[in-house]
Ligand binder design. Structure first.
Ligand code: FAD
Ligand code: NAP
Length: 548
């Protein structure tokens, strides 16, 4: 690590933790309000997710024109995305460009991890410390630490015995990794692996995929962006952004407007004929992308409706994958489609038709242990030159849980969240005044195009802070009763959907010992925004503004 300048007893209006898209936008917004702010960031550059996840094939699953900031019209008009779904390097370049264009970097301290955030009740300020010895205090703290920023390693015996090259999708080396001529193994078949597998397969001599649970995936139908299409799109950027924010597609945008989609939306699969439904699914499949399920409104509510979509995808897998046994193993049957984030792929299922790719179905032939040279299965040993782990994240609470956060009376956030995260609207916790979370648990966050959810929260937090200033209030806080009400509401909404049946990281199910609580708010981005706007209009109902 290079020698770095530290903050000593520094004082700011606000400290932001994390310099991904959330932290950068928050910093810009606070500066516009005339406040002083500092970001602390572990990485040596901005970008968050797009800084860390450099595995082959990494790209966004929301379309680039929608997965981008909407708060600066010149930026929106001038930035040129080259593909429908941008690659990680292009998104990282965008993040760096934004940090330079808006001169954000001077207020960011890189290469340090925030270790402690303690509320000093007497001063009504937060004391913040980092692993590099920074000490600073601020009136407000904003956690922009990311929902998917803490990698999870698989709980497999012998992991550290392996003597070959080991890579983790979420902590990929910055230099190029060349698999040419190698026998490569991948553990995991989530979104990361599904993007990486087709790319690695084109390079490796042999690629073996170790799959425990198959996942639903829809084709991206990626393509270079056509200049005329982009020019037309940019003419109505405000209209598109409005659709992202208020529409029914979880912030992904309104297909009808953006891509000329003509299939009518229906409330229920039952409301339209089987032919119409199949034609609609086929059209969406050909069109590509994560909005496949929003063809009808009840696909994530009604088991029967959902099963129709699942069957459609099963049939696509069977049509694509030539080996019937491999095709069956790739068909997800243990969870409703969409109850885990639907994957968006480029040639994922097609890749299994390659001679140099094989699938190990761990449900039939489990891993016994990792050895010095490969993977010992119940039946057979697979020799590997390189092992790739695409085993996910300690999602939503992981980054917050790794910081010693103490609120009023020295209450630790970890203790407060022992039985699962508790927030009011995913934005604040009772007992932790003036501390906000961007895309915190209890907000739509990971169930959406996260750019849209990040912007909603940055807007809310900024206005909340401005409101406190207008009122002469020093403290913004939420009550325990409001928090309890919200937690119940989040659960009620989740219970009305099929999400809980996913058994996924949405529920903490991938992390040993983590409470099984459905963490995101499943109402959808549009309704959540309307609620946020109503709360703001009603003088931030549910939030208390207290003068010290
Ligand atoms: P992050 O980008 O995760 O940034 C958080 C930052 O906080 C990180 O840089 C981290 O180093 C830093 N940090 C954390 N803890 C500390 C600490 N204690 N001290 C200092 N710094 C800290 N969402 C979509 O909507 N569409 C997509 O296509 C999409 N693709 C994704 C692909 C991958 C591979 C992954 C993992 C996630 C993807 N996501 C996607 C979700 C993605 O995380 C969000 O879209 C978005 O980038 C999150 O931005 P953020 O700023 O909130 O968090
Ligand atoms: P993930 O979806 O949690 O997938 C992790 C994979 O690792 C699963 O297949 C899991 O199998 C497997 N696994 C974990 N432990 C294992 C073990 N001990 N043995 C065998 N297999 C094991 O993680 P991810 O792929 O990194 O994606 C996480 C989220 O990041 C996504 O849902 C998405 O929100 C986001 N993301 C988006 C994109 C994009 O398209 N733009 C790309 C990457 C990530 P089980 O399911 O059986 O546990």
């Amino acid at each position: 690590m290079s020698e770095i300048e530290t903050d000593q007893n520094a004082s700011f209006d606000a400290i932001i933790v994390g310099a991904g898209f959330a932290g950068m936008h928050m910093l810009h917004q606070l500066r516009q309000m005339g406040l002083t702010a500092r970001i602390y960031e572990t990485a040596d550059n901005v970008g968050g997710t797009w800084y860390w996840n450099r595995y082959p094939g990494a790209r966004c699953d929301a379309e680039s024109v929608a997965y981008s900031y909407s708060w600066d019209e010149d930026l929106e008009q001038e930035w040129e995305w080259t593909e429908r779904y941008s690659t990680q390097p292009e998104i990282l370049r965008y993040a760096i460009h934004v940090s330079e264009r808006f001169d954000l970097r001077k207020d960011i301290r890189f290469e340090r991890r925030v270790t402690a955030i303690h509320y000093n009740e007497g001063a009504n300020r937060w004391d913040v410390a980092t692993d590099q010895g920074d000490s600073a205090s601020a009136h407000y703290v904003i956690m922009a630490t990311g929902c998917l920023s803490v990698p999870a390693l698989p709980d497999i015996a012998g992991l550290d015995d392996y003597k070959g090259n080991r890579y983790q999708a979420s902590q990929w080396p910055h230099e190029e990794v060349d698999f040419t001529g190698q026998h490569v193994g991948v553990i995991g078949t989530g979104s990361s692996a599904i993007q990486a597998i087709p790319v690695m397969a084109r390079q490796a001599a042999q690629l073996t995929v170790f799959q425990r649970t198959p996942n639903f995936s829809v084709p991206a139908q990626n393509r270079p962006l056509d200049d005329d299409w982009v020019a037309g799109f940019k003419k109505n950027y405000r209209g598109h952004r409005h659709n992202q924010k208020y529409g029914l597609n979880s912030g992904f945008g309104d297909l009808k407007v953006e891509l000329g989609e003509t299939v009518p939306l229906a409330d229920a699969a039952n409301d339209i004929s089987e032919e119409e439904l199949l034609a609609g699914m086929e059209a969406r499949w050909q069109q590509g992308g994560a909005t496949f399920l929003s063809l009808v409104m009840d696909s994530m509510i009604d088991d029967d409706s959902n099963a129709l979509f699942a069957n459609f995808i099963h049939n696509k897998i069977r049509e694509t994958v030539k080996d019937p046994e491999t095709a069956e193993a790739l068909c997800p049957t243990t969870h409703p489609v969409g109850s885990r984030r639907i994957c968006v792929d480029i040639d994922y299922f097609e890749t299994y038709n390659r001679d140099n790719v094989s699938l190990v179905n761990l449900l039939k032939n489990p891993i016994e242990r990792i050895t010095e040279t490969g993977i010992q299965l119940a039946d057979g040993h697979v020799e590997l030159d390189s092992l790739v782990l695409a085993t996910g994240f300690d999602a939503m609470t992981g980054a917050l849980a790794r910081i010693d956060i103490q609120g009023e009376g020295g209450e630790k956030l970890l203790d407060k969240w022992e039985a699962g995260p508790r927030t009011y609207m995913g934005l604040m916790m009772s007992g932790f005044p003036n501390l906000f979370t961007i895309t915190g648990p209890g907000s739509p966050s990971v169930l959406s195009n996260m750019m849209v959810s990040i912007e909603m929260h940055v807007e809310f937090i900024s206005k909340c802070i401005a409101n406190a200033a207008d009122k002469g209030a020093d403290k913004v806080q939420v009550t325990k009763s409001n928090e309890d009400w919200w937690v119940n509401h989040v659960n009620e909404v989740a219970n009305a959907t099929l999400y809980r049946k996913g058994g996924s990281w949405y529920l903490g199910a991938n992390i040993k010992g983590k409470p099984r609580v459905f963490m995101p708010y499943a109402s959808g981005v549009g309704p959540y925004r309307e609620l946020c706007e109503k709360v703001m209009d009603q003088d931030f109902r549910g939030f208390e503004f207290v003068a010290a």
